[in-house]
Design a binder for this molecule. Structure first.
Ligand SMILES: NC(=O)c1ccc[n+]([C@@H]2O[C@H](COP(=O)([O-])OP(=O)(O)OC[C@H]3O[C@@H](n4cnc5c(N)ncnc54)[C@H](O)[C@@H]3O)[C@@H](O)[C@H]2O)c1
Length: 262
């Protein structure tokens, strides 16, 4: 049997009840990781964790709002208490806002995007980094978006928050590179998760088309002429965090079928 890539490592994943986070929990577990999983949605998270525990994976779970520092700090402390350390942290939890122009976006909607998508990543790193710095080893992957690299009409709050994630990633990477801690961002474009389906349905409603046609219109903007399968994004997470990928830091890695290349 091939050697498992994360055997014995402790991997923390936020937003693990759904989409990329739930699939990442499965795939990191397959590769031998112990998991520290959190989400706002405790029911969905428990289902993900129960399936993994049955298969023999060691899991710590927490109902955590990533924008709440006390909750995040307590959850990370519990993971360290149970497993000794956190080797890899994937700050994946995030949300979109209703698609609308800047002129219609409310301050509350803008602030919520910044609080969950940007402040959430800042708070996560603030509490993940000390243990990694002390050990002189660690890896953080922040899930940004193609909307963290280029504009996204009707999603200005989301785009602002994801640009912030890329900025936070680069600043943190520079701060901790000499401590052998790597910090990167992943920038997916469109991938068929529940979050994306919500966006496709909103777009469909506005344009009077169904989800399938919305997928077709969105796909026509992508050089590869399709949206990603979640597996394609999560495989890139494994690669980005693989201990063998030891010299890559401070990068915003696009997984987007060529969207931001043209
Ligand atoms: N699917 C895409 O096309 C796409 C593209 C680019 C970036 N992303 C990013 O990927 C990440 C994962 O998204 P997904 O597509 O898997 O969506 P998803 O909705 O399937 O999963 C997101 C998870 O995050 C959780 N969450 C939301 N707010 C939270 C909070 N405040 N605290 C804790 N958990 C919270 C949700 O409960 C959910 O389980 C997000 O950061 C998203 O912005 C997704």
């Amino acid at each position: 049997m091939a050697e498992r890539r994360f055997e014995g490592q402790v991997v923390q994943i936020t937003g693990a009840a759904s989409g990329f986070g739930a699939l990442a929990a499965d795939l990191f577990a397959e590769q031998g990781a112990k998991l520290v999983l959190s989400d706002l949605n405790s029911e969905g998270l428990q289902k993900v964790a129960d399936d993994l525990i049955v298969q023999g994976t060691k899991v710590v779970t927490g109902q955590v709002d990533v924008s709440n520092e006390d909750q995040v700090a307590a959850h990370i402390a519990e993971g360290i208490e149970q497993f000794g350390q956190i080797d890899v942290a994937i700050n994946n939890a995030g949300m979109g806002h209703a698609m609308k122009p800047i002129t219609a976006l409310t301050v509350e909607e803008f602030d919520e995007s910044m609080a969950i998508n940007a402040r959430g990543v800042f708070i996560g790193m603030k509490h993940q980094l000390p243990g990694m710095i002390e050990r002189g080893n660690g890896c953080i992957l922040n899930v940004a978006s193609a909307a963290g690299l280029v504009g996204a009409a009707m999603l200005s709050g989301y785009a602002a928050s994801k640009h912030a994630v890329v900025g936070l990633t680069r600043a943190a990477a520079d701060e901790v590179a000499r401590k052998n801690v790597r910090v990167n961002a992943l920038c997916p474009s469109f991938a068929s998760t529940p979050l994306f389906n919500l966006m496709a349905d909103q777009m469909g409603e506005k344009q009077g088309i169904d989800r399938e046609e919305a997928y077709a219109r969105i796909s026509s903007r992508v050089p590869m002429r399709r949206v990603a399968k979640p597996e394609e994004v999560v495989q890139a997470m494994l690669w980005a965090c693989d201990p063998a990928n030891s010299f890559m830091t401070g990068q915003a890695i696009s997984i987007d079928g060529g969207l931001t290349a043209v």
